[in-house]
Structures are given as structure tokens and as C-alpha cells.
Design a protein around this ligand. Structure first.
Ligand SMILES: [Zn+2]
Length: 281
């Protein structure tokens, strides 16, 4: 091949036939999680390009000078991934404003995992101290990350929504657990008679309706939640609020009240006022 044509052929191959994202499915997480917003996707695109440019060179050296002489070519993908991960760690050390947090939800003892564990939402709030000028890129299974139906028309990302609602409930002197416990107590008392409002002391009416169907937790919790709607009327302030069993779980376990514009979004303040949830002593 003509030596001037060759780099051009490599370039087009990288764009079309050997595109790392579209043909090798590498970098899929970053693509899925931030492709909705132009500004962040430009930044992440540049980061991925930089990392891939440098690590391609490193991987070429490792492949030709280590794996081929040792007859270990079959390990190439694992080794490539390790080189990329190690490089990202090194870059992180050089960039004080960038933190890479690997996490597993439920590692087994034999995994000898020393990183973060638990639910993705807890890990995010544990590692971010303030919502100002902070961006988090989450990678994981699609159910964990996309959450489209739950964000509604909210253009903020999941992390900002969580931090915002967390701050709101803290300002009211409440915890998500306490709020969800109160929701659960009223649901339980309404369960005695299905589909009808029943009076609950001192001035509430509660109706529990069951609808066919079940919903899974979008954060990947095992188990599914039956579609049960609880409507609580506060006769004193003449307001009512309706929530589902999944809302109770999402609030209690994840501090997630859903995005603005989601039909099941629950405003923490409404909930606290209608259900008359008192701050903890
Ligand atoms: Zn969950």
C-alpha cells in the first residue's frame, strides 16, 4: 500500500470498521451514561480518546515484547484491560480533582475485594461531599445507570437529584429511613380494607389500591414490588398524596424520590407535610 494512504486507512478503520465503541463494545459505560448531555459527553469523549491513544501504544509494546515472546497471546484482552485500568489509576494520581472509585454491590469473601461496597447511591453520596461543580460518571449494568422512566423530564443527572433531595430532607431534620417507615406504617393500616378510604387517628384517611403488575428496583436489588398505591388524605390541611410500594423502597433504601416530571415523583416536603412526619429528637 502507498505509504501516504496507509495512515488514512487506519483512521477510517478506527472510525468505521474497527471503532472501539461500535465494533468492540469497549467504553460502552461512558457512552450510555453521558450521551444525553453535550458538554459532559464532549469532556468524556476527550478523556476516552486520550486514554485510548496512550494505552494503545502501551498495549502494543506489551503485546509485541511480552505476550508474543512468552506465547501468551490468548491473555491479550485481560492484559489490555489491566493496562487501561492501571493507566487510569495513574492519571488519577496526577489529577487531584479526579477520583476513580471502583465498587461492587455484593462481593463474596473469596473475591478479596478491598474497594467500596454497597448500593451505588450510597457510594456516590459517601464519595461526594458537595453537589457544587461536581460531576459523577457512573458505569454499571444498564438498569443501574439509565433509570430513564424514573428521571422523567428532569435534565439533571441522577447524582444531582439524589444530593438535592438528601439536602432537603436533612434541612427538615429527617432521614430517608424515617420518612419511608412512616409511609409504610400508613400503608399497613390502610391494607385492612382494600380500595376504600378508612379513617386513621388523628385526622387521616388512607386508601390502598392494588393494581395488577410488579416493578423491579431499578438499582438492581433482588425482588420485585407489587404495584400497590397508597393514598393518604390529611383532613387537617386538606391535602392528599399517593405513593407506591416501590416509592417506599426507593426512598428508604436509596434516598431517591424520582426525577421532576416523572409521574411518580414525590416531593419530600409534600410527603413530610401531608404525612406529618416529625423530626427525630
Ligand atoms: Zn433497591
Amino acid at each position: 500500500m502507498n505509504s501516504a494512504v496507509y495512515p488514512l486507512a487506519v483512521f477510517f478503520a478506527a472510525v468505521f470498521t474497527n471503532n472501539i465503541l461500535l465494533s468492540n463494545y469497549l467504553g460502552m459505560c461512558s457512552f450510555l451514561s453521558v450521551s444525553r448531555e453535550l458538554k459532559t459527553s464532549l469532556g468524556l469523549g476527550a478523556a476516552v480518546t486520550f486514554v485510548m491513544a496512550v494505552t494503545s501504544l502501551l498495549n502494543w509494546l506489551v503485546y509485541h515484547y511480552l505476550l508474543i515472546p512468552l506465547d501468551l497471546e490468548y491473555l491479550r484482552f485481560i492484559v489490555f484491560i489491566m493496562v487501561i485500568a492501571a493507566f487510569v489509576q495513574l492519571v488519577e494520581m496526577k489529577l487531584p480533582n479526579f477520583t476513580f472509585v471502583p465498587a461492587l454491590s455484593e462481593p463474596k469473601p473469596e473475591d478479596n475485594w478491598e474497594g467500596e461496597t454497597g448500593l451505588i447511591t450510597d457510594i456516590v453520596t459517601r464519595n461526594l461531599f458537595s453537589g457544587e461543580n461536581v460531576e459523577a460518571y457512573l458505569c454499571g449494568s444498564p438498569g443501574v445507570i439509565t433509570l430513564h422512566g424514573f428521571l422523567g423530564t428532569d435534565t439533571r443527572n441522577l447524582v444531582d437529584i439524589l444530593i438535592d433531595d438528601d439536602a432537603k430532607t436533612k434541612r427538615m431534620g429527617l432521614s430517608h429511613e424515617r420518612i419511608s417507615r412512616r409511609m409504610e406504617v400508613l400503608r399497613k393500616s390502610g391494607l385492612r380494607v382494600l380500595g376504600e378510604f378508612i379513617s386513621i387517628e388523628p385526622h387521616f384517611e388512607v386508601k390502598v389500591d392494588t393494581v395488577r403488575g410488579k416493578l423491579p428496583c431499578p438499582f438492581g436489588h433482588p425482588g420485585i414490588f407489587p404495584k400497590i398505591n397508597t393514598t393518604v388524605r390529611n383532613l387537617h390541611i386538606k391535602r392528599e398524596i399517593t405513593y407506591t410500594d416501590l416509592n417506599i423502597h426507593l426512598i428508604g433504601a436509596h434516598g431517591f424520590y424520582e426525577g421532576k416530571g416523572s409521574p411518580f415523583r414525590i416531593e419530600p416536603r409534600n410527603l413530610v407535610e401531608v404525612l406529618e412526619i416529625e423530626a427525630e429528637e
